[in-house]
Design a protein around this ligand. Structure first.
Ligand code: AMP
Length: 282
């Protein structure tokens, strides 16, 4: 286990390994690791000779300072978890200054229509922040493969677009969503939920399941209105968006077209915590 805080240290470590033509995999995370992150690392270990797990809470992807401040941070515990589960991985946990210097700003990327909807609409500048940190990590590490969860499906599509824009030969691997037994998608933000909020948060999963079960049986509008009505009944919970969208373009759809793949996307607030989830419909 190698815990590295500085770019120069990481580069000299990677240089030696790359000489022997090892396949390098990158798993970018913001820490507070859970089984979802570990499933990505397992996949990376299966597919690569050397795996770098980055742990960095990236300030430029937060549009809301209090969200950044309240984002859980537990580097010591994360290192223990990784030590317990994996041998021979590199943990890259830089300080903000090491990554951004004095220039804590996002670069702008033309992700076209992918960035203007759902998370892009709700969180101004979010995907430029994601693109900025990933460009820095990709340039530094130059991985052969990088692993991302479908939990953040819109992000996964944006990252695929990013490597096209950057013309970097990195294979982007999408990994399945890891869920609790009750269906709740695992997320670092779940740590901030009380016990009762954790229970309530299963409403996101239940509505995605409802959408999946009614898909092709009922009109999209019926499903969308049912989700809205379900959330309106709740106190201390609010729906940010629910959309049925083309799984490639992420364009919101109201009718089924033969031969197309669809996904349902949901974002909601449970108490003070904003959660997202999604599910394939066909
Ligand atoms: P984060 O630390 O939230 O930035 O997530 C780091 C990576 O882990 C991203 O690629 C996420 O999509 C992925 N991830 C987070 N939660 C899950 C989950 N429940 N299942 C699968 N992947 C996940």
């Amino acid at each position: 286990m190698n815990l590295i805080h500085y770019k120069s240290e990481l580069l000299s470590f990677l240089e030696e390994r790359k000489k022997s033509r090892k396949i390098v995999g990158l798993v970018p995370t913001m820490g507070t690791l859970h089984q979802g992150h570990l499933s990505l690392i397992e996949k990376a270990k299966e597919n690569c000779d050397l795996v770098v797990v980055s742990i960095f809470v990236n300030p430029t992807q937060f549009d809301n300072p209090s969200d950044l401040e309240n984002y859980p941070k537990n580097l010591k515990e994360d290192v223990e978890i990784l030590n317990h589960h994996f041998k021979n991985i590199i943990i890259f946990a830089p300080h903000t200054r090491e990554i951004y210097g004095d220039h804590l700003k996002s670069e702008h990327f033309d992700f076209e229509e992918l960035a203007s909807k759902m998370e892009g609409k709700s969180r101004q500048g979010h995907f430029d922040g994601v693109g900025t940190i990933l460009k820095k990590l990709f340039n530094l590490i130059q991985p052969d493969k990088a692993f991302f969860g479908k939990k953040d499906y819109q992000q996964l599509m944006i990252v695929k677009k990013l490597v096209n824009i950057l013309e970097q030969p990195i294979e982007i691997v999408g990994c399945p969503i890891s869920r609790e037994r009750n269906g709740l998608a695992r997320s670092s933000r779940n740590k901030r939920l009380s016990k009762s909020e954790r229970e309530k948060a299963t409403l996101l999963y239940k509505n995605l399941k409802m959408a999946q079960e009614n898909f092709k049986k009922k009109p999209f509008d019926y499903i969308i209105n049912k989700v809205k009505a379900d959330f309106e009944k709740e106190i201390n919970m609010s729906l940010d968006y629910f959309e049925i969208a083309d799984s490639q373009t992420l364009t919101s759809k109201r009718v089924f077209e033969q031969g197309k793949k669809y996904r349902a996307f949901i974002a909601a607030r449970v108490g003070k915590v904003r959660l997202i989830d999604n599910m394939a419909l066909n």
